[in-house]
Design a protein around this ligand. Structure first.
Ligand code: 13P
Length: 260
């Protein structure tokens, strides 16, 4: 159980890295971060490498996340993986509703909601992703989109669950484009999300829920993003694939968050 908004930095590896590459990375990375405190550090390898990653990270300060889950515990669902299976493989977190899952694989706010509930039921910490497209931003619909994604995606959660959840704000136009949101744009969206969480789940839960930013986070912008009062961490794609660059994002981000 978390009792404060310690900075949270996660690497979403997407469909990159074999088992061998994962083990090599985690072994090297855990040694580099072993003395780094004041930040929760997570990596999310593909399903095939989850167990090996968890074994390689055992007794370290590196947590392991899956990139998705299915909501039933078991059954005739070819190709799907349940929360219980992920938990047993050694992961403690799961990314849910990433924009790539929404646009390429049919995820909706309703399925995100089922997955978030299933993650809690399996004892996993959900990292629930939200964010607007460029069109939506240009039409000034960002807050409406975020409201809908949060209200529907998190519907039915208790305040205690909300307090343990991580919301990842990932503007779709910033993902994999090299065009990150400015710290001011991120803070504006995060502040809005926090305001809604306060209204819908109460001040105590909203004060504990992490709202992290994702979209072209790199070593040279993690400090400015994490210096914002409502930016509690980062969900890093491409730049998390390299041990040194992810390490730099983690340390610079943590240091900036400490100063805020
Ligand atoms: P990039 O950091 O590669 O832009 O990806 C962001 C992302 O989608 C993290 O989930």
């Amino acid at each position: 159980m978390r009792d404060a908004r310690t900075p949270f930095v996660a690497g979403n590896w997407k469909m990159y890295k074999t088992v061998a590459e994962t083990v090599k990375y985690v072994k090297e990375f855990r040694a580099l971060v072993k003395d780094i405190d004041g930040v929760e550090i997570v990596v999310a390898p593909p399903f095939t490498a989850l167990h090996a990653a968890a074994e390689a990270a055992r007794n370290s300060n590196v947590g392991i996340a899956a990139q998705d889950l299915y909501w039933d515990r078991e059954g005739p669902f070819t190709g799907e993986v349940s929360g219980a299976m992920i938990r047993e493989a050694g992961a403690e977190y799961v990314i849910i509703g990433h924009s790539e899952r929404r646009t390429l694989f049919g995820d909706t706010d309703a399925t995100v909601n089922r997955r978030v509930a299933a993650a809690f039921a399996a004892g996993l910490c959900p990292i629930a992703c939200v964010g607007e497209t460029l069109d939506q931003r240009e039409r000034q619909e960002t807050f409406d989109v975020l409201d809908r994604q949060i209200r529907q995606g998190l519907d039915g959660l208790t305040s205690d669950q909300l307090a343990q959840l991580v919301v990842a704000y990932e503007p779709v136009w910033a993902i994999g484009t090299g065009r990150n949101a400015t710290p001011e744009q991120a803070e504006e969206a995060h502040g809005h999300i926090r305001k809604r969480l306060r209204q819908w789940f109460g001040p105590d839960a909203a004060a504990l829920c992490h709202v992290i930013y994702g979209g072209s986070v790199k070593p040279d912008n993690s400090a400015s993003l994490l210096s914002q009062p409502n930016v509690d961490g980062a969900l890093v794609g491409g730049a998390s694939l390299d041990v040194r660059s992810f390490l730099e994002i983690v340390t610079k981000g943590r240091d900036a968050a400490r100063r805020r």
